[in-house]
Design a binder for this molecule. Structure first.
Ligand SMILES: Nc1ncnc2c1ncn2[C@@H]1O[C@H](COP(=O)(O)OP(=O)(O)OP(=O)(O)O)[C@@H](O)[C@H]1O
Length: 247
């Protein structure tokens, strides 16, 4: 399954944020979406998951688009937002059940998948707890468990490492690598460039709503003539160059 963003221009009520954004995420690929605060990462994600509609351009998952096949398109995507959003009146078990229903996964299959994930994230004994009793990191783990138990074709993960403890970060990375190996596509926005550098197959660098670089570390180093540079160093150089170009 390939996520294709083609010449997308979009934003909020006439406030154009994204300008002619194009990139792809292929199956078996972990792609890092990086950029400064306000660069347009969350806006890009909102366009992909259908919370915003592009003013121009196309977003497709193979032959599916959100305008033509909304339900089938949405069911292919597992989304983990930056801020956990849970139903205050539902227990953890009920969150798993509601997710299974929304994604057409049989409850017993969902519970079996969840069982493994609950063990990984040390929440097995909290199935009857309500969100009010969870810490922020625990809420984020519930979002992760619900997204992964649907085994979607495409994972969209917004800032996954904020608020998770180091053990949970390692567990999440291991899960992402497993899903990638089994053919899923993953788009992850992050500011943690050292981790992105280690695990991502390629990077989309957004700056002021535009893609200013797209490729793996070797390609970025070659393109910007920075041999041996880290992703962090390339990123600082890229954004400085881009500001000069704009100024
Ligand atoms: N709900 C909104 N209404 C209007 N403008 C918005 C809204 N949300 C974001 N913006 C604007 O869109 C631009 C891009 O913001 P976005 O949240 O996509 O950036 P980001 O790259 O995700 O940043 P961060 O790293 O801080 O999360 C910013 O100029 C921001 O002011």
């Amino acid at each position: 399954m390939t996520l294709k963003i083609e010449n997308v221009t979009g934003g909020y009520f006439g406030n154009t944020v994204l300008k002619d954004v194009s990139f792809t995420v292929n199956d078996g690929e972990l792609v890092g979406l990086i950029g400064l605060n306000g660069a347009g990462k969350s806006t890009t994600i909102q366009e992909i998951i259908g919370l915003l509609t592009p003013y121009q351009g196309q977003i497709s998952l193979d032959d599916l688009t959100i305008t033509k096949q909304a339900e089938a398109y949405r069911q292919k995507i597992g989304f983990i937002p930056e801020q956990p959003a849970l139903y205050e009146e539902l227990t953890l078990r009920e969150h798993i059940e509601v997710t299974a229903l929304a994604y057409d996964v049989a409850i017993d299959v969902a519970m079996a998948r969840a069982d493994k994930l609950l063990k990984t994230f040390r929440l097995s004994d909290k199935l009857d707890w309500f969100p009010a009793n969870f810490s922020k990191g625990m809420k984020q783990k519930v979002m992760i468990i619900c997204a992964f138990l649907t085994e979607p074709s495409l994972y969209i993960i917004d800032e996954p490492f904020l608020g998770l403890d180091p053990l949970a970060i390692n567990d999440l990375i291991a899960l992402m690598l497993d899903m990638k190996k089994s053919g899923a596509a993953i788009l992850m926005s992050t500011h943690i460039l050292s981790t992105a550098e280690k695990f991502c197959d390629k990077f989309i660098v957004l700056h002021e709503g535009q893609v200013i670089a797209d490729g793996d570390l070797t390609a970025l180093r070659a393109k910007f003539k920075l041999p041996d540079a880290s992703l962090d160093e390339i990123y600082v150089a890229l954004t400085a160059e881009s500001w000069q170009a704009h100024g």
